[in-house]
Design a protein around this ligand. Structure first.
Ligand code: CO
Length: 145
């Protein structure tokens, strides 16, 4: 495993691109996911998306303290409620702002082997998942402030 460089806002337009589907569930993907986890934990973040390490593919990871989840090609299938809270981003260091998002979400995604699963989340976990999924469409939290 290796810590990867996190792309910072204003440094590179990869953060503003719409990512393409991840089609291969191979060793190369597993290596990137492992590196992303190490990178996220080293930076003390709760989520990281592929474009933040310069990869324009639809996958991201989240860990709000209850275990790592890897979301490959995630799709929002349901959302409800509202929450407003402070949010930051590892690509925009040192800055925080209030963002309103759904309180509860259900997301369908594939795991690192290509198997489809669903995850339900609320509060901080829902916020983190939505934040990371936004990255896959080139959207940053500052767009939602
Ligand atoms: Co972010």
């Amino acid at each position: 495993m290796a810590i990867r460089n996190i792309v910072k806002y204003g440094e590179d337009d990869v953060l503003r691109k719409r990512c393409r589907s991840q089609l291969k569930f191979d060793e190369r993907l597993h290596q990137v996911l492992d590196d992303m986890a190490q990178t996220m934990y080293a930076a003390e973040g709760v989520g990281l998306a592929a474009p933040q390490v310069g990869i324009l593919r639809r996958f991201c990871i989240v860990d709000v303290g209850d275990g790592l989840i890897e979301l490959i090609n995630p799709v929002l299938v349901q959302s409800s409620g509202k929450q407003t809270g402070e949010e930051g981003c590892l690509s925009i260091p040192g800055k925080y702002a209030e963002v309103t998002r759904a309180m509860n979400v259900t997301v369908r995604a594939q795991d690192r082997f290509g198997k489809t699963f669903e995850v339900k989340a609320s509060e901080l976990k829902a916020r983190a998942i939505l934040h990371e999924m936004d990255h896959l469409d080139g959207i940053l939290y500052i767009d939602r402030v």
